[in-house]
Design a binder for this molecule. Sequence first.
Ligand SMILES: [Zn+2]
Length: 198
Amino acid sequence: MLDIPKIERFTQMTQVDPQNDLGFLSLGKALMDGDEFRQAIPPLMTAIKLNPALSAAYLLLGEAQRKVGDPEGAVLTLQKGYRVAQEKGDLMPRNRMASLLQELGSNPPEEKAVELTPELIAAGNIKCRRCGRVGPKMKERPFSGALGEEIHESVCNPCFQLWIRQGTKVINELRLNLTEVNAQEVYDGHMKEFLGIK
Ligand SMILES: [Zn+2]
């Protein structure tokens, strides 16, 4: 469904502040939700121009290009976006772009996979279970207990920092009071899911 008031609001936002990458992204998304794929393309391209690290914009743009019958354009966009998402550790858009690329008969760009060798482990490296990259361990265990230990052994610092931000959102949006056992369990559940811990 085309949400006209929403589209007007985001259009106005981009007119007031032409540097607002998220405004252009939201406008493109609202147009896509209304199946206006052709119209969605220019604002999404602008969002990427303003912020080339905005992985969600590549995903939407690739989808829009596919819908309007431009598979070559879609593949180019998605390959670029895949690299951006990989670099930032944005797992969800990265995986969705990979499957879109496969549907388009293409493959995600080759990654130079670094394997975790005994030498790298001895030098204090881990392979992160969220982003899959090999990198240095966090300096300290992020919190006490078995879960803190497990995270220290298997999650990189950039991914844990992303979780801190996400965790704050979880607390606010679900109105969790972490002094309650129940709330702590909900919080831990979200953390495990975010970090890819079973
Ligand atoms: Zn990571």
